[in-house]
Write a protein that binds this ligand. Sequence first.
Ligand code: UDP
Length: 238
Amino acid sequence: MSEGYKYKRVLLKLSGEALAGDAGYGIDPKVVEDLAVQIKDIVKDGVELAVVVGGGNIFRGMAASAEGMERAQADYIGMLATVMNALALQDAFERHGVYSRVQSAINMQEVSEPYIRRRAIRHLEKGRVVILAAGTGNPYFTTDTTAALRACEIDAECLLKATKVDGVYDSDPRTNPDARKFDKISYLDVLSMGLNVMDSTATSLCMDNDLPMIVFDLTVPGNIAKALKGENVGTTVQ
Ligand code: UDP
């Protein structure tokens, strides 16, 4: 492994919103290309990378259920949306020479492997990026919870949460110009202050399993590598 990296095995959580770019919907090819370029370098340097991808750029179960759709059915549609994102990511990764495997929590043998923890770890050891799709496979969960769960399962040293803002603030920086950014914050404070970082299930899982998380802005090129090298690119939650 190249010098300078603080973490050897990490889990990167990509929200659907991050993949949508400025359009706010669907998959922005430029975002996916940029991501593939960044990830290629990191993997070449010996970092073992698993990715959990969201689906909010295509479908959100909760929003559909608020419009009257049955919640579990809506959530399954949301999980299927994450599979589309996973396949788009895999396409970009492979075109850039990054070997990858998609593992889905809902069996879809024509396009992905099933999620098998030990096999995922084996892929990582061989330098393949593992893209984890379909969330946990269960309705009423989120892909943030999936990221926390899978990070624990594969023994990741850190959860990287890629967003469109550069960290955790005490209020929304998009609406409040006086919002204050934290360099570091505890999971307990995130929960007690009701900060909108992740849902409480995901936050509790990270806290209970001592999994550190770095929240950072994916739109700044090179930020993933900087976060992995321990540079202060966002907020560390621990
Ligand atoms: N989802 C689910 N179970 C899971 C993960 C996701 O039911 O374990 C559904 C849920 O409907 C959610 C959608 O998939 O709204 C997309 O995931 P998420 O909202 O977490 O995506 P992101 O916000 O990261 O784009």
